[in-house]
Design a protein around this ligand. Structure first.
Ligand code: CIR
Length: 254
């Protein structure tokens, strides 16, 4: 099997000041770090070779490495994050990615967060969100076209990123939080709805060994997936979820 790499970035102590949409939770960097170490161990156990981008105390959210880039075909698109405080994160991620892929950039006034982008088959889905604007979608559409992919923009209503509410779980199936995004444009996909008692708690990351990492905080949605034939492996990432992170956002899988 070809080598697959996973780029990850350790939790800094400054994670205590990570951006949070609602409320002011007391974020515990030690707890987040322990959960992140466990997450990395699961990636390694699934066969990924981990490559670590050094953490940066000046960037409280840098553990959420997925937002700094989006891989489309053979190109790594280095983003321009929607939150200005997160823009310094991209430099070291671009350097790391340049060892594996050709890189290109998203340029001002466009903004894109990697958490708003996923690819299924020959289509790139992009969330139009508080972090990814229309200029960002237009620039991604041009890059996707050059790579032979189409692009579908998806309105994101009341959450941070597209992947806060729409999680690819393998093949062309996605788990969707009802009422959170413009579901009509996802018509080509098979939709499984997140359990109503677990709103925004589910996150999932399909791994190369056929398992599916899921969030321990969403046991009912995870059980639905198991009954549908997936092989879920629930893990506790509660402290990272407290800072609005999910399972996709802590790695870039190559
Ligand atoms: C933020 O607000 O940017 C971070 N606290 C959370 C980013 C999570 N990223 C992701 O789900 N792709």
């Amino acid at each position: 099997m070809a080598i697959k790499h996973a780029l990850v970035r350790p939790v800094p102590d400054s994670f205590a000041r990570a951006l949070v949409r609602h409320g002011e939770p007391l974020l515990d960097p030690s707890k987040a770090r322990a959960q992140h170490v466990d997450y990395c161990a699961h990636l390694a156990a699934a066969g990924y070779v981990l490559a670590e981008v050094p953490t940066d105390e000046a960037c409280p959210d840098c553990v959420f490495i997925e937002d700094a880039a989006a891989v489309i075909g053979s190109v790594a698109v280095i983003t321009r994050p929607g939150a200005p405080t997160r823009r310094p994160e991209v430099g070291p991620v671009a350097t790391a990615l340049s060892h594996y892929l050709t890189t290109t950039t998203i340029d001002e006034p466009a903004t894109v967060d990697g958490g708003d982008v996923f690819t299924l088959e020959d289509t790139v889905y992009v969330g139009r969100s508080q972090r990814t604007n229309q200029e960002g979608i237009d620039q991604l559409r041009a890059i996707a076209g050059q790579q032979g992919f189409g692009l579908i923009a998806v309105g994101v209503y009341d959450t941070l990123h597209l992947k806060s509410a729409v999680l690819p779980v393998g093949d062309t199936t996605v788990v969707v939080t009802p009422g959170s995004v413009e579901e009509e444009v996802l018509a080509g996909l098979r939709l499984i709805h997140e359990d109503s008692t677990e709103r925004y708690r589910f996150s999932g990351l399909p791994l190369r060994n056929g398992t599916l990492l899921t969030t321990a905080s969403a046991p009912r949605t995870t059980a639905t997936l198991a009954a549908a034939g997936y092989r879920p492996v629930p893990i506790d990432v509660s402290e990272l979820q407290a800072a609005d992170g999910g399972l996709t956002c802590m790695s870039i899988l190559l």
